[in-house]
Design a protein around this ligand. Structure first.
Ligand SMILES: Cc1ncc(COP(=O)(O)O)c(C=O)c1O
Length: 396
């Protein structure tokens, strides 16, 4: 039985298994295929009668170390790594859902996930009902005894909505016993919340963000029971998407993960200071942050999250002012993505959520004035000074 370390230790050591070579850093097994001792052994591995590696799309020693560490962090039995967050999301959903199935999803989702669920999956006969999962009546009305999946994000992109995982999972499992609750934990990371411990069945991640944390890798994970992960690996990864993570990227994420705890602590502390500044800035009309008492899901956020995270949304008084802020920052970097060392600033309506209609954007609770802000590791005073000068420039 694995020793259960505290999270700051787990991000550094995982299960503290030593590499047989004695290497401290996990070696990069840059190989596509693995040599069998005999034809019989190859046959046994393919038949699942013997462990061991076959081909890197099915498993690789560098990636396996990473998968075990992520499973530990999320409190899941197993993890499957992917070459992107969308790879993880599409492979997980398509491993579970078939033609004729029904999915209930929250209406505030990362744009590509939203179009996958509302446009692509219906092309394959998978019916989707998209509602606000914080609206209890709407959720209960949408659930059916044959609903196969409920899907949402822990801190939803980009309005920072926080859904009560425990309540949603309990109700979904009650009315639809075979239903799997799938949660995208990208914004929160397992350090702020472990959705599986609250009743979710699967956690997916864009590891491109905080888990890697250095803006140099695109990757994703799907974490669950061994049974579900086996299906995700052997159907969603092996056959449907083939979206396998390369060993170089696995190594970089293992390296990035070692500082996840210190990065998240600093980012969360910086974020509280930035929010305080935004709240009193006369040019800012509205701040979206789950740690603010006026945020509609503040009570859920307080109950569910260990810290409130590093993502902020804010709306200026007009679209023009929002645009000018984006064009006048000097330190903060105008780029999509999030969770990096650098503070990143972007405009969801014309960038990450540009595939959503005006009505869908309104239903998700934001407008074209919204700026999304991923607080980085710089000194909070410098981030605030940069925003202040950009706000003044926007007014001029
Ligand atoms: C919440 C969330 N989930 C999933 C994704 C997709 O991840 P990737 O870009 O790694 O495919 C993103 C990307 O921004 C995201 O913000």
């Amino acid at each position: 039985m694995a020793h259960c370390y505290k999270e700051a230790t787990t991000v550094v050591h995982g299960n503290h298994e030593k590499n047989p070579s004695g290497a401290l850093a996990t070696p990069i097994f840059q190989t596509s295929t693995f040599v069998f001792d005999s034809a019989e052994q190859g046959g046994r591995r393919f038949a699942g009668q013997e462990g061991g590696y076959i081909y890197s799309r099915l498993g690789n020693p560098t990636t396996s170390v990473l998968e075990k560490k992520i499973a530990l962090l999320e409190g899941g039995e197993d993890c499957v790594a992917f070459s992107s967050g969308m790879g993880a999301i599409s492979a997980t959903l398509l491993s579970i859902l078939s033609c004729g199935d029904h999915i209930v999803a929250d209406n505030t989702l990362y744009g590509c996930t939203f179009s996958l669920i509302t446009e692509t999956m219906p092309r394959f006969g998978i019916e989707s009902t998209v509602i606000d999962l914080t609206d209890e009546a709407a959720f209960k009305g949408a659930m059916r005894p044959d609903t196969k999946v409920v899907y949402f994000e822990t801190i939803a992109n980009p309005s920072m909505k926080v859904i009560d995982i425990e309540a949603v999972a309990a109700y979904a499992h009650k009315v639809a016993p075979g239903c799997l609750v799938i949660v995208d934990n990208t914004f929160a990371t397992p350090l702020l919340v472990q959705p599986l411990s609250l009743g979710a069945d699967v956690v997916v991640h864009s590891a491109t963000k905080y888990l890697n944390g250095h803006g140099d890798v695109i990757a994703g994970f799907s974490v669950s029971s061994q049974e579900i992960a086996g299906k995700v690996r052997m159907v969603g990864l092996k056959d449907i998407t083939g979206a396998v993570l390369g060993p170089q990227e696995a190594y970089l994420i293992l390296r990035g993960l070692k500082t996840l705890k210190v990065r998240m602590d600093t980012i969360c502390a910086n974020t509280l200071k930035v929010v305080e500044f935004l709240k009193q800035a006369p040019q800012v009309d509205k701040v979206f942050f789950p740690g603010l008492p006026e945020h509609p899901n503040y009570e859920t956020a307080k109950k569910e999250l260990k810290q409130f995270g590093g993502m902020i949304g804010f709306e200026m008084r007009s679209f023009e002012e929002s645009k000018k802020v984006l064009n006048n920052v000097k330190l903060c970097v105008l780029a999509v993505s999030l969770g990096d060392c650098e503070t990143l600033i972007q405009h969801p309506a014309s960038m990450t959520h540009s595939m959503c209609t005006k009505e869908e954007i309104e239903a998700a609770g934001f407008s074209d004035r919204l700026i999304r802000f991923s607080v980085g590791l710089e000194d909070a005073d410098d981030i605030i000074a940069d925003l202040k000068q950009a706000f003044e420039a926007a007014e001029a």
